[in-house]
Design a protein around this ligand. Sequence first.
Ligand code: PLP
Length: 420
Amino acid sequence: MIPFFRVSERIENASNKALDLCKEQFAYIDEITEYNQLKVQKAFIECGISETHFISTTGYGYNDRGRDILDNVWAKVFGAEDALVRHNFTCGTHTLATALFGVLRPGDKMLCVTGTPYDTIHNVIGITGEKMGSLKDFGISYDEVPLKNDRLDYDAIRNAVDDSVTMVYIQRSRGYELRPSLSIDEIERVCKIAKEKNPNVIVMVDNCYGEFVEKREPTEVGADLIAGSMIKNAGGGIATTGGYIAGRKDLVEKCAYRLTTPGLGREVGASLGHNRELYMGLFYAPHTVGEALKSAVFISALFGGFGYDVTPKYNETRHDIVQSLGLENPESLVAFCQGVQSGSPIDSFVLPEPWDMPGYDSKVVMAAGAFTLGSSIELSADAPIREPYYAWIQGGLNFHSAKICALLAAQQMEDKGLLK
Ligand SMILES: *Cc1c(COP(=O)(O)O)cnc(C)c1O
């Protein structure tokens, strides 16, 4: 019997069956978690981290040792020459935009080889949005290579990367699409092809949702620049805001000039007491990502067992933490999100309802009972109320907590006569 919560016998049996199915994937995830934990730990030791690195600075933030050494630890972990880790990156989009504006110049060309990128990047590039100061407004052109049957089209990439291309842009995670996410092996192959065609090309990877899911990061297989958000994988559920950029030293330097200002770059920026949580977040990140992966695998096994379409399947190798769930009708999407929310540690009493979220063309329902607002390394679910009625689920600070949320989601659907 499941203590403290009401879960029907049918769902409890399904849960036990799902857990059984997960064993092999869980063992695989444990192996990756341990590898990455040791990688992070070694970097901390090599950089001689001590309590003095947590000391806060104010004002200009000159000589903030904790901030500067954190960049070194980060670079070591990501196998990069340099890194820029800052609490004042406001979100993933801001971090990616800083990197793009940091290294691209008027007349340059950006080529995305993973189809159309994540929604919030459209305004940055200038695919949508008028006169917001996009790359396009500054004379930077954009092109993309569509995916072929949801996979990288290596031949088309080879053809598209010529001397006119300044940057090849790769989105590692599927984001909110049904295509598979990219493996590090696939990213490595794109890097090779791109450099063969144009040795000067900059390969940049949107690393959101991908950190610590595999043993290697894109910067270890040929990517020149990566960026990500601290309220996803890289912040371990501890960081409360921020982002990071890592990669080639000259490029990271340019990004620092863009984040603050030419001339000042990384020398300024008070850490305001954020250093400790950024260090601790990195320390926790491999483990938290492991828990989020286990949560996703379990949800896939459970709802796959009920007969719903799930991607990835429980036994597929994962390259990001996102799980999608075809719930088939609007009522089930709402019940699912309400069930997840009801088991969350924060805001459990809130009843999610579909609403017209800015920037979306249909209503969206979401569950987000998180310690950090909008954090998606914590268990969260989003579902646009439109065909084919999929929910996107990601995160889970710990498996047991995410597991009960998944069971309560199923229970909510069963209570409403919706569970298959
Ligand atoms: C989350 C995410 C981003 C950035 O989104 P923010 O909400 O601004 O942090 C960009 N790309 C991908 C693939 C993402 O998952």
